[in-house]
Design a binder for this molecule. Structure first.
Ligand code: SF4
Length: 411
């Protein structure tokens, strides 16, 4: 069972409410100051910009910039609450939709009012989340029409162009950019696709403007890895990964896989990394959706890389030739290395591919696979070399690389 921990300072407004396993109903949400009279669009834009809120779906783009771009767009616009959580090691979005649907819908309402959107959508694949959102919508009908759009649960279904394509009746598969959804989205009009945590934080900081910066800079995180129970946590910016590991009972971990499968592998020194967008980017990483996978002592980063890229290769939408061949090549070579069947030439190929494949697909899946290979080579060169002489004990015992050990259950 996945545990729940809050590391935010006492008194700070937070998304992990005091009773996080209880679903939020309208009365409970109103009692916390929810659905306040919306501040004027300019006022809210300034509040969000000053608080420094960034998107929580993956790329960490400044939310105020996205909101303003849509507000300045001519004609009708649309807003989407994106609750499709394709990263296998992340549960925070489904937890939010199941347990804090009014907070998410309040954020969607504020985004719509700020941008002047004429319609909203909640996009998700989890049936329990859909039930909770449906209930919340019936308790308080929204100011703008909101539809729930179900999708399939895949790694790429939550990518923003896949979201638009699915809402427009197509398959949940990414498209080439440009145009990006803010230029041409649902029904051909400019569209804001916002992660549900981003919207929930927008609602929380609007209800607590005095604590806006603290709300905007805290993170929902999924901490997993090894046989111990995973943990859904909320922590303030600046928290060291060591502190997170201590709270998740994973202090002795050998390495971490950051950002779901998006932020790469880190070994020595991982404990000193901090929750900070700029610092993690400067370190060559990313927090992505806030999923952090701790490798238990004795676990092998080569095996973890093979496992993660194997999962990505299986999840490739098989639209871009370079992704189909690239992810298969990365995953196959890493699997061979982990079995002890790899050669010096394979390691050279991995290095070449990890540099040359980035940015070549229509979505970030190929980038994620290439980044895992690149960070494995950068941070664990001895472990990679050693596998050319045979598998380590951990890899010799490893089950198939099917992604199963990366998956976390929703608390
Ligand atoms: S990069 Fe891969 S997963 Fe992404 S759209 Fe292309 S084929 Fe699909």
């Amino acid at each position: 069972m996945t545990g729940i921990r809050s590391l935010t300072p006492p008194g700070q407004p937070r998304l992990l409410s005091p009773q996080p396993r209880r679903g939020e109903d309208l009365a409970a949400y109103l009692a916390t100051g929810g659905y306040p009279a919306a501040p004027g669009p300019e006022h809210l834009l300034e509040l969000v910009a000053a608080a420094g809120l960034r998107g929580r779906g993956g790329a960490g783009f400044p939310t105020a910039v996205k909101l303003r771009t849509l507000r300045d767009a001519p004609g009708d616009t649309v807003v989407v609450a994106n609750g499709e959580e394709g990263e296998p090691g992340s549960v925070k979005d489904r937890w939010l939709l199941r347990h804090r649907p009014h907070t998410v819908l309040d954020g969607l309402r504020l985004a719509a009012m700020t941008t002047g959107a004429v319609r909203g959508y909640v996009y998700l694949s989890d049936p329990h989340s859909a039930d909770a959102v449906r209930r919340a919508l019936s308790e308080r009908p929204p100011e703008v029409p909101v539809d729930i759009v179900p999708t399939e649960h895949t790694y790429v279904a939550g990518e923003e162009s896949a979201v638009v394509r699915r809402i427009d009746g197509g398959p949940a598969l990414p498209t080439a950019k440009p145009p990006r959804p803010f230029e041409r989205g649902v029904g051909g009009v400019p569209t804001l696709v916002a992660n549900v945590e981003t919207l929930a934080r927008l609602a929380l900081l609007t209800a607590h403007p005095d604590a806006a910066a603290a709300v905007a800079s805290s993170y929902l995180l999924t901490l997993s890895g090894g046989p111990k129970p995973s943990v859904l946590a909320e922590a303030p910016a600046g928290t060291h990964l060591k502190t997170l590991a201590d709270h998740a009972d994973r202090s002795g971990s050998a390495a971490v896989l950051l950002g779901g499968l998006f932020g790469g592998l880190y070994g020595d020194g991982w404990a000193d990394l901090r929750l900070d967008h700029d610092e993690l980017v400067a370190a060559g990483g990313a927090l992505g959706c806030g999923a952090i996978h701790f490798l238990p002592p004795g676990d092998c980063p080569v095996g973890a890389a093979a496992h993660a890229t194997g999962y990505l290769a299986a999840q490739s939408a098989r639209q871009c030739g370079v992704c189909v061949s690239g992810t298969q090549a990365l995953a196959g070579t890493l699997a061979a290395l982990s079995r002890g069947d790899g050669s010096e030439e394979d390691t050279g190929n991995l290095r070449r591919w990890s540099l040359g494949l980035t940015g070549r697909g229509a979505c970030g899946l190929l980038d994620a696979a290439a980044h895992i290979a690149a960070t494995l080579l950068r941070h664990f060169p001895e472990r990679v070399s050693a596998h050319q002489d045979g598998p380590c004990p951990s890899c010799a015992d490893a089950p198939s690389h099917d992604g199963s050990r990366l998956t976390v259950t929703v608390p």
